[in-house]
Design a protein around this ligand. Structure first.
Ligand code: GAP
Length: 519
């Protein structure tokens, strides 16, 4: 089993993540969080809310000078007036190019199908010229990110035959092959018995459509929001009028977003229903670049503080040709998942694009008036926006991947989730060593008092070693055991998950001990 398979299996076994509506065969791209998963995800969202919104450090230092800025929250509805999505450009342009295989009935995102040719490795025929009888191959995989072997695997039989004829082969990508009818006719789709079964790419809008009210006609069309951001933009004036904020300031929101992804995959990584944690940070145009760098670095640091290793976490600036039409700069925080390096969060400089679109479409004044600005000409302006946009499900998956570990303790292999204590679903488990001599009573009393402050778990079933292992798999950072000595001197043992080291402390000090290490 590779790491991803092991993780998916642990998530199911321990109640982190289940396939949605599993007893009816599931629904592709939808997932349910189980008792441990919901706590982990809540802790991630709570850490984000506390660190970015509620308790954020009010003085940032973008390029030298410390600056105060406010952060406030919002919780907008998922259904919005459909004009919002016309103004934002989603109705016209939130599309992915889709291709179907007529033979296998599989559906792909054209930009995620890598089309390549196989040429002898000496490179003699690796020129751009494609011979008339040459076949091409298509494989799913993030372009440029997938190993050759993974790209070849759906075509194993044909590749083996070609290797017999030509020796070792080199993969040469063929750009735009699917858009060209002649080239497309030569492409073998994954699992197809003949070439030419893929359709031409066509635009597919990712928004889920529904109808509001009793009438199902064009006048009642509404969309499930594909991002939480637009709820913030359309409330900009409401927040300015009510929250006593002054630019620069940010508005944050956590909430569900929906996208009819053509090809949901990689467990929860690409889902059709997911949660975003988004900030729209409003600033003056001439300060936007500094704030962009500030947020990019701050968001990267946040993941590191919560345990993602800098070896697996990367900041990648987009090239100019990758930028969305509204963005003047964008960086992705990427994580090296077991299935490849992929985006966790995007930080974009969205300029004044969104506010201007909504000003034009709604006819409302969404400018900001700064009555403390000495220069009268500079008092009214439309702010620019820096947007750090994170996915709560992708963050959850990254923290799980990072935490998953198999090590050997006392000659026995154990599986352990080394989650940051702040994120761990259960902070402390309490066990009586055995079910007699008053130990369960004393352990229950301690458990009940700890529960008021921490997410705690009580377990008296099975051998103590097995109880420790169960908590290791659940990622619980501390286990406390009440034993024979507890009755004599009021002490208990406390075991630390990662080192497995145990020490004796007074039961009355346990809460303070945990408080210091978890908060
Ligand atoms: N408001 C900007 C925006 O929505 P995005 O890059 O499309 O930008 C932001 O999405 C984040 O939302 C991504 O970095 C990712 O973490 C998360 N996300 C996007 N699509 C997702 C999907 N299908 N499944 C899970 N998370 C997704």
């Amino acid at each position: 089993m590779d790491l991803m398979e092991k993780l998916v299996s642990l998530c199911k076994r321990r109640g982190y993540v289940f396939p949605s509506s599993e007893i009816y065969g599931g629904l592709n791209g939808c997932w349910d969080y189980g008792p441990l998963g919901v706590e982990l995800k809540r802790n991630i969202k709570e850490a984000w809310w506390q660190d970015m919104i509620a308790h954020h450090d009010e003085t940032a230092v973008p390029d030298g000078a410390p600056r105060a800025f406010g952060m406030v929250g919002l919780d907008c509805s998922i259904l919005m007036n459909p004009t919002v999505w016309e103004a934002s450009g989603h109705v016209g342009g939130f599309n992915d190019p889709m291709v179907d295989c007529r033979e296998t009935k599989n559906r792909y995102r054209a930009d995620q199908l890598v089309v390549f040719r196989l040429v002898p490795q000496n490179g003699a025929t690796a020129s751009g010229e494609i011979a008339d009888d040459e076949v091409l191959f298509a494989s799913p995989g993030e372009a440029g990110k997938t190993a050759d072997e993974a790209l070849l695997s759906p075509h194993r039989k044909r590749v083996t035959a070609l290797r017999k004829k030509l020796g070792e082969l080199e993969l040469v990508p063929v750009a735009e092959a699917l858009a060209d009818a002649q080239l497309r006719a030569r492409v073998f789709a994954p699992g197809a018995s003949q070439p030419g079964t893929l359709t031409a790419p066509r635009a597919f809008n990712l928004m889920f459509k529904t109808h509001v009210g009793a009438m199902e006609d064009n006048s009642s069309v509404a969309y499930l929001r594909p991002e939480t951001a637009q709820g913030i933009f359309v409330n900009f004036k409401n927040v300015c009028d009510t929250a006593r904020v002054r630019v620069p300031f940010g508005i944050g929101q956590i909430g569900k977003a929906f996208r009819n992804e053509i090809n949901p995959r990689n467990f929860t990584f690409r889902s059709r229903e997911f949660e975003q944690m988004e900030i729209e940070f409003f600033c003056r145009a001439d300060e936007a670049e500094q704030w962009y760098r500030f947020w990019r670095d701050r968001r990267y640091d946040w993941y590191v503080q919560l345990g993602l290793s800098t070896e697996r976490l990367h900041l990648r600036e987009h090239d100019a040709d990758e930028l969305a039409h509204y963005a003047s700069a964008c960086a992705d925080v990427e994580y090296a998942f077991p299935f490849g390096i992929s985006e966790l969060e995007g930080i974009a400089n969205r300029t004044d694009y969104d506010l201007r679109q909504h000003i034009e479409r709604s006819g409302k004044d969404l400018s900001f008036f700064d009555d403390q600005e000495p220069d009268k000409d500079q008092r009214r302006f439309v702010p620019h926006v820096i947007e750090p946009s994170a996915g709560a499900d992708r963050a959850t998956l990254a923290f799980l991947c990072e935490a998953y570990c198999e090590d050997e303790i006392g000659g026995e292999t154990r599986t352990v989730l080394k989650l940051h204590p702040r994120l761990a679903p259960i902070k402390v488990a309490v066990f009586p060593l055995v079910k007699k001599d008053g130990m369960p009573e004393r352990a229950l009393e301690l458990y009940r008092s700890l529960r008021r402050q921490f997410s705690a778990f009580y377990d008296e079933k099975g051998a103590i070693g097995r109880r420790y292992r169960r908590q290791d798999e659940a990622g619980t950072p501390y286990c406390i055991t009440v034993d024979g000595q507890t009755a004599d001197d009021g002490s208990v043992t406390i075991r630390e998950r990662d080192s497995c080291e145990q020490q004796r402390i007074a039961a009355s000090n346990v809460a303070a001990y945990l408080e210091e290490r978890i908060r």
